[in-house]
Write a protein of this length. Structure first.
Lengths: 114, 146
């Protein structure tokens, strides 16, 4: 399992315990996200602070994970490291997700975007 | 002066990961700045994934050879494989995804970012089909720190 999950302030926090979400990891990540978020709070925060690198397969898997949640739930992303942040910005996918510098920011009511 | 190194590995996802990481370490050791190495890593990973997923998709998996030529002001990274050529022997366009906060969930793309990233990050791209090999070269501007 590449993920661990906790609840905080009514949101589900899913932490990725892998350094890379790349082509070798993307399918497992997508399946693990499906298992972790099958039921639970409306808001899911994906903590990416341990992820050093993501490629287009990994990016696609995160998009797929958001689609799996359906229209009534949402996936926010926290703790993007420099290369991960770069891939989101270059592909404009930073406009699709709410991005937070840290998990604390994602949980802080002053920062949270609806 | 040109510094050169090469490495090769089987075209599998896990070997590709190890191969890309080894190139990244070598480039850092040679004094290529970290932010540029990051960009090389993103583009190189996409190019190598394409070889694994497309070039060898219908043939027996072969090898990927990576050769880096570091000049004083630029880095050429050549990726060579013995798989199938690109369709029409032309590189994919890599159009940007038109997405924003209002894009409906079901319309969000789950792929097709690879060539867009390569084209954004490399300053020059060359492709040759040579003796049943694909030879893709990516160029990056460099200011050495060593």
């Amino acid at each position: 399992m590449s993920l661990t999950s906790t609840e905080a302030d009514g949101a589900q926090v899913v932490t990725v315990n892998a350094q890379r979400i790349d082509a070798a990891m993307a399918i497992q990540f997508k399946e693990d996200m499906r298992t972790e978020t099958e039921a639970g709070p409306t808001r899911v925060i994906l903590d990416l602070s341990r992820v050093d690198f993501i490629d287009s397969s990994g990016l696609g898997a995160i998009v797929a994970a958001m689609k799996q949640l359906g229209k009534d739930r949402k996936l926010d992303l926290a703790g993007l490291t420099p290369k991960v942040d770069k891939v989101f910005r270059l592909t404009r996918m930073d406009t699709v997700f709410n991005l937070y510098d840290t998990l604390q920011d994602a949980l802080d009511p002053e920062h949270v975007e609806t | 002066m040109v510094e050169t190194f090469a490495c090769s590995f089987r075209a599998t996802e896990l070997d590709a990961r190890r191969g890309v990481i080894s190139v990244v370490h070598r480039l850092k050791d040679m004094g290529v700045p970290d932010t540029r190495v990051d960009e090389v890593q993103i583009a190189l990973a996409e190019a190598v994934n394409n070889v694994v997923e497309h070039a060898y998709s219908e043939t027996t998996t072969g090898d990927v050879l990576i050769r880096c030529n570091l000049h004083s002001d630029r880095l050429w990274v050549e990726i060579r494989d013995a798989g199938m050529p690109f369709p029409d022997t032309k590189l994919p366009e890599g159009k940007p995804a038109h997405v924003d906060a209002s894009t409906p969930l079901e319309d969000l793309p789950e792929g097709g970012f690879g060539w867009f990233l390569i084209r954004e990050l490399a300053s020059d791209i060359q492709y040759k089909r040579n003796m049943d090999n694909n030879q893709l070269s990516l160029c990056f501007e460099i200011q050495l720190t060593k």
